[in-house]
Design a binder for this molecule. Structure first.
Ligand SMILES: [Mn+2]
Length: 269
């Protein structure tokens, strides 16, 4: 796309509108596009929405990237842009699927999440910059980059989880996995693990027990002190978490064990 592209969204842009803009900017080559905002439903200078290929309307105007002509709950402006620009990106599909659901959930009462969420964040930006929708968009683009990165990481973890090792412990099923990103307790517990161990790209390792279990990792901690004495193992006060290095707290000395050796320690108890 040429740099003379204009992307037109609606005033007080919402998540759907912002994600549609973000896809065009980040994936559609519209990096230098001008952003314009019109009252929802209207078009730029009241021209037909798709008359000029260099003026792209999203979530407003009734054109090809506006979904308000239909009540189809699987459609959103972001989804229409995604299908047209990057239909084959799995992480983006996941992100946009959630955007579509959020866009349609807004009309429903009593289904809002309990905690502060991305819709609240956007509402905050619109409150900070009520007459500057461009500022809202500029502030949100990096947040959407981060969300996309999160979805990519989740997909990588799911792929790595398929190569997991399952083993028996005295407490029940153990699951071990190694991946660039470490492990996913969510995936392990969903799969029925009571104990789960992981190793990441930097050699950071950890063992965690499901929080409803009666596992006490203190004996394992002492075993590790014996076989991996130099390493900086940390036993969490809950006794359900045993860590040797996390991004929050890199280890002074990393573990010398392989994941298989760690699993052997866990199996022996
Ligand atoms: Mn929408």
């Amino acid at each position: 796309m040429a740099s003379s592209i204009v992307i037109v969204g609606h005033l007080a842009p919402d998540l759907d509108c912002l994600v549609a803009i973000w896809i065009l900017v980040r994936f559609g080559g519209a990096t230098a596009a001008d952003l314009e905002f019109v009252p929802a439903g209207r078009t730029f200078h009241d021209q037909p929405p798709d008359a000029d290929p260099a003026i792209i309307h999203v979530d407003t105007g009734g054109g090809r990237f506006d979904h308000h002509h239909t009540a189809d709950a699987t459609l959103s402006a972001a989804e229409l842009v995604r299908r047209a620009v990057v239909p084959g990106d799995a992480a983006l599909s996941r992100l946009v699927e959630q955007v579509t659901r959020i866009d349609h959930a807004e009309a429903l009462q009593g289904q809002q999440p309990v905690f502060f969420n991305i819709t609240d964040l956007i509402a905050g930006y619109n409150a900070l910059f009520p007459n500057k929708p461009f500022h809202v968009a500029q502030a949100m683009l990096p947040n959407l980059d981060a969300w996309y990165e999160h979805e990519q990481r989740t997909l990588r973890l799911e792929r790595a989880f398929q190569r997991r090792v399952e083993f028996q412990t005295r407490w029940g099923l153990g699951i071990a996995m190694a991946s660039d990103d470490g492990g996913s307790s969510k995936l392990a517990y969903r799969h029925g693990a009571v104990l789960y161990a992981y190793r990441d790209r930097q050699g950071f390792m950890g063992v965690a027990a499901q929080h409803r279990s009666c596992v006490d990792l203190e004996p394992i901690y002492h075993d590790l002190k014996r076989v991996d004495g130099q390493a900086d193992w940390y036993l969490h006060p809950s006794h359900r978490l045993l860590l040797c290095g996390t991004p929050k707290a890199p280890p002074r000395v990393p573990s010398a064990l392989s994941l298989t050796q760690l699993v052997d320690v866990l199996k022996r108890r």
